[in-house]
Ligand binder design. Structure first.
Ligand code: PXG
Length: 291
């Protein structure tokens, strides 16, 4: 039996249904988080919850639980499903309203917690690295809909995924409206040049990735210089290494961008070293479900 938290209680998967009048469904009016459990450890749960509540606050959505209650509900959801390795999706929508847009007619935000067995990225992609393209779809401008808000408005990201599919690649990079590289459809981007790591700063327009932050911490501990500086496609093409970070992707090497081979065309030594260190770290930083 798979249990899902919905409407203040745990229900079975087949009973996990929401109203068609839910404004998350009707208008994408809500926020969400994607969190990973590694051997019973919910990796950086506090950081994910902080981001969830920041995203909600930014759209004036009041989550009807405290952070402590939310933490407990998430841990309960994992424990109830008895997963050791899992993927948690927390969704908070504006809730049920009428067909109109008005969020002030939605009396009760809807909190959903889904826990799924982990569907890991195909293993061979970590060995070969992936190919990506840059796409015409730009990241939404921070003054239009902040990319730092992990909202249910993922059409910008979906359109990028469509362009990737049409280009027969698995992921694509968005630029911001000034032409600087922002991020992938669901992951942050790093380049390595002469042993120095570069990743776009917040103001370029990307989600403040939890994995991105973890890799920055790990890289600095390993003695790398990490620069949060804007870079262009030219800098990507001429980088020694490129990799993406995300809850689903973890750390995945990019070996070709817009037809340009990156470095030797295989996952770089720094990328592999960071992934290795990340894999060791994910069972320590977080909340233990079963202890
Ligand atoms: C736009 C965007 N940018 C970066 C990331 C990486 O952030 P984290 O390191 O905190 O995960 C995301 C996160 N996106 C995300 C999270 C979880 C699952 C999936 C999926 O592709 O199923 C996508 C994202 O949606």
């Amino acid at each position: 039996e798979q249990w899902i938290f919905l409407n203040d209680e745990f229900v079975t998967k087949e009973n996990a249904k929401i109203s068609v009048y839910d404004h998350g469904f009707l208008y994408g009016d809500g926020v969400f988080e994607g969190i990973r459990v590694y051997s019973g450890n919910v990796f950086r749960l506090k950081e994910h919850i902080d981001r969830l509540y920041n995203s909600a606050k930014s759209i004036l959505l009041n989550i009807p639980y405290t952070k402590e209650e939310m933490t407990d509900l998430i841990v309960q959801a994992v424990r109830k499903n008895q997963f050791q390795d899992a993927y948690i999706r927390v969704v908070v929508s504006r809730g049920v309203g009428d067909l109109g847009l008005d969020p002030y007619k939605c009396p009760k935000p809807q909190v959903v917690i889904i826990v799924e067995p982990l569907a890991i990225f195909p293993k061979h992609l970590y060995e070969t690295g992936i190919e990506v393209v840059t796409v015409a779809t730009r990241r939404n401008r921070p003054d239009v809909l902040s990319p730092k808000v992990k909202s249910l408005n993922y059409l910008n990201n979906v359109l990028v995924r469509i362009e990737a599919h049409l280009a027969n690649v698995s992921e694509a990079l968005m630029l911001n409206d000034q032409g600087y590289v922002a991020e992938g459809s669901a992951d942050n981007v790093f380049i390595v040049k002469n042993g120095v790591l570069y990743t776009p700063p917040g103001y370029v327009g990307a989600l403040e990735g939890i994995t991105r932050d973890a890799i920055i911490d790990i890289a600095k501990e390993l003695g790398y210089v990490v620069k949060e500086e804007p870079f262009t496609r030219h800098d990507v093409y001429t980088a020694d290494e490129v990799f993406l970070t995300g809850t689903a992707a973890e750390v995945i090497a990019v070996v070709k961008v817009d037809g340009r081979t990156i470095g030797d065309g295989v996952p770089g030594v720094h990328t592999k070293r960071l992934l290795e260190a990340f894999r060791q770290r994910v069972v320590s930083e977080g909340v233990k479900v079963y202890q």
